[in-house]
Design a protein. Structure first.
Length: 340
């Protein structure tokens, strides 16, 4: 889930249209997990085709991407490669959470508690290799480029934003700021009206943009110190220091300027801290990434989604029409700017 820096950052509200004409490097795994968690039946069951295969990820891709393209966004999906060895503990912990949530989901269904059942079901999402392959195939048929990262997808997306290949990294996690993305776009995949877990309360979730340099200036720290703050709080690669939250971590790093000074005051140490620092400050990424956008192949999209996975032909046609209209509008705006 990455690190939660919400107490330390000030996001700027955006609309999808605010990103019109901009390339966004989207953390694919993060986004697909969002689709798998949210796109479910009222009892928490994911969408499935007649063969019982989960299709929530495909549904999210085709319908959400049609909204992106209609708004003029140029998305590039970045897929995770091999995770750093220090992420093994986090991965094991997430697996344990899923196993426990599956038991609690079934228990809630047995007593007819659909609200709890749905909440627990959302915690059971698993992204399989087949789902990743299906997602890449669908993106290709839709004309949406994707990039295979050698390591963390968020690190690659951030590198693309730093290089100017993309305007921003798009993710629900704040790790992109630690990886050095100049901008982080949030809530793109989940914007709209959402129900709060275990409450009959709905909120409007809107896209947000966070500027790295503005954040560092406001906090009075460097990016390297922001990484040190993250190490104190805890990341996907280290458990952090017990009892240290974002605001106290910020105070300690401001006071001592370095992680080592903060740890000396606390009388503790962080195992493999230099390795964790290197993950964020010198990540394994591919350089000089080239992206090329294409036009959708409507018949191939229909064949995959309607023929293989039982999607509604009318709904897919409507999504494809959005794609066509969005592409046409974007091309016209580009021509208008050329002749200005």
């Amino acid at each position: 889930m990455g690190i939660n820096l919400s107490d330390l950052v000030t996001p700027v509200p955006r609309t999808l249209e605010d990103f019109a004409g901009k390339i966004l490097a989207i953390d694919a795994f993060n986004t697909l997990y969002q689709f798998l968690a949210i796109i479910r039946q009222p009892d928490g069951t994911p969408l499935r085709d007649r063969q019982g295969r989960v299709t929530s990820h495909l549904s999210g891709l085709v319908y959400r991407l049609s909204n992106f393209v209609a708004a003029g966004i140029r998305p590039v999906f970045v897929f995770d490669g091999e995770p750093p060895r220090l992420k093994a503990r986090t991965i094991e912990g997430r697996t344990a959470v899923k196993v426990r949530a599956e038991v609690e989901w079934k228990e809630a269904l047995e007593v007819g508690d659909l609200a709890t059942a749905r909440t627990k079901a959302m915690q059971t999402s698993r992204l399989t290799g087949d789902m990743v392959d299906q997602s890449k195939r669908l993106l290709g048929l839709l004309g949406i480029p994707w990039v295979q990262a050698p390591g963390e997808g968020e690190a690659q997306a951030s590198a693309m934003a730093r290089a100017g290949t993309a305007y921003a990294a798009a993710s629900q996690d704040y790790d992109a700021l630690l990886f050095g993305s100049p901008r982080l776009a949030k809530n793109l995949a989940i914007s709209g009206r959402r129900k709060l877990p275990r409450k009959e309360v709905y909120v409007d979730v809107a896209p947000e943009e966070i500027d790295l340099e503005a954040t560092l200036r406001a906090l009075g720290v460097t990016r390297e110190q922001l990484v040190d703050i993250a190490l104190l709080i805890g990341t996907d690669f280290n458990p952090g220091v017990k009892g240290i939250g974002p605001k106290r971590a910020l105070g300690l790093v401001r006071k001592h300027a370095t992680l080592e000074g903060a740890l000396a005051e606390l009388g503790v140490d962080i195992e493999s801290k230099e390795e964790v620092r290197a993950i964020f400050l010198d990540p394994k990424v591919a350089n000089d990434v080239q992206v090329a956008f294409g036009d959708p192949d409507p018949e191939a999209v229909r064949s995959m989604l309607c023929g293989e996975h039982d999607f509604s032909r009318d709904r897919i046609d409507a999504a494809l029409e959005k794609f066509a209209q969005g592409r046409a509008a974007h091309k016209q705006k580009s021509l208008d700017r050329w002749f200005e």
